[in-house]
Design a protein around this ligand. Structure first.
Ligand code: SF4
Length: 357
């Protein structure tokens, strides 16, 4: 596409963005702390969901210093439901680095920002361009979709070389307000040039320059190489109840969801009679066992297929390394990863029913 045409696209996008941008809490100012927290939260979660999490987080931890000093339990509780708990831990590590190495001031060069834990090219470019007006291009799924459609390009957007080429081409047309330009492309992708369903071409500010609109093939773009199905692991979740308390335990300090709270579980899916056999062979005395819900949780690289059982215990003498928590503690004090949330809901209901009985 020629330079004159590209300049027209840039100007049309900027004009449209200034008039139509959504009023989001992290857009009120250009504070890098605010932009950083919102970008990390937005990595896997929709804007509508992030707004309430973001406001609660900033309300509780209003500064980089408060994040650096916060207890891990409080941090994870604020993050509960967003998943990917290592992101929350990396936020704190980064806050501590900024306090110790940058006198509490967010670094203002792209490579210093990129060197911080949990910050990749996309987030570093977003912070650098929005907060420090540095000419860096943010290339995410939204931007790639818009770019491929405008240029009627069938290259695989999961290919790193393609992504890098798009970044270079965007850098070559980057205007003097890079933050607004990057956000205009992302905003267009989120609100007009939609990922699922039909894009709203009739109200698109760059319709006149869009080759996919002219050809009518926008639904074929962008092209993505299809990944293989994710491997599945199977688990049986034991929801142990004793005197209106439920057992939770810490995960190991390595691997997925490290050091987070969970319900007791073992690998493989067990039938009701296998669960009873397991309890008896481990000398765990129970009053009754009933099958509860099954749930499959999808992570980035794997799936967990889980079945659960509610087990009312007669004695807890042969159960070790667990914490016994009541309803209030389970709801307010301990953060459980999303993978265990459906079981938490079940056990909360069970504890409430026990209370009423
Ligand atoms: S005209 Fe349609 S396909 Fe082209 S960029 Fe706009 S919304 Fe996307």
């Amino acid at each position: 596409m020629g330079d004159a045409k590209m300049n027209k696209i840039v100007n049309s996008l900027l004009e449209w963005y200034i008039k139509n941008k959504r009023l989001l809490p992290w857009r009120v100012d250009k504070n890098p702390y605010h932009v950083w927290i919102s970008e990390i939260m937005l990595q896997q979660t929709k804007i509508e969901t992030v707004i309430s999490y973001y406001c609660r987080f900033i309300n509780e931890l209003p500064t980089i210093a408060s994040l650096a000093d916060c207890s891990e339990d409080k941090l994870l509780k604020l993050w509960e439901g967003l998943g990917y708990y290592n992101r929350a831990r990396n936020l704190q590590k980064t806050a501590q680095i900024i306090m110790n190495q940058y006198d509490g001031q967010f670094p203002n060069s792209y490579f210093e920002i990129l060197s911080l834990p949990g910050i990749g090219e996309y987030t570093a470019s977003a912070i650098a361009s929005i907060c420090f007006s540095l000419k860096e291009a943010t290339v995410d799924g939204n931007v790639l979709r818009v770019y491929m459609r405008i240029n009627n390009c069938y290259d695989d957007i999961n290919n790193v070389k393609v992504k890098s080429r798009v970044r270079n081409e965007l850098l070559s047309i980057m205007p003097d307000n890079p933050g607004d330009f990057n956000q205009s492309l992302m905003e267009l992708g989120e609100t007009i040039c939609l990922p699922n369903g039909i894009p709203k071409c009739l109200i698109c500010p760059i319709r006149d320059y869009c080759q996919a609109f002219q050809k009518g093939n926008y639904l074929e773009l962008p092209v993505k190489y299809i990944k293989k199905d994710k491997p599945t692991e199977f688990y049986t979740i034991f929801l142990f109840l004793y005197h209106k308390k439920v057992a939770i335990c810490r995960r190991k300090n390595v691997g997925l969801l490290q050091n987070l709270w969970q319900f007791f579980n073992i690998s493989n899916k067990m039938s009701l009679s296998q669960v009873k056999d397991y309890l008896e062979s481990n000398h765990i005395l129970f009053c009754d066992v009933k099958k509860s819900i099954s749930y499959t949780h999808i992570f980035t690289h794997k799936k967990w297929n889980m079945v659960s059982y509610i087990i009312n215990l007669e004695s807890i003498s042969n159960i070790s390394d667990v914490q016994w928590v009541n309803l209030v503690e389970l709801e307010e004090k301990y953060a459980l990863p999303s993978a265990f949330q459906p079981f938490k809901k079940v056990i909360v209901e069970e504890l409430k029913n026990n209370d009423e009985a």
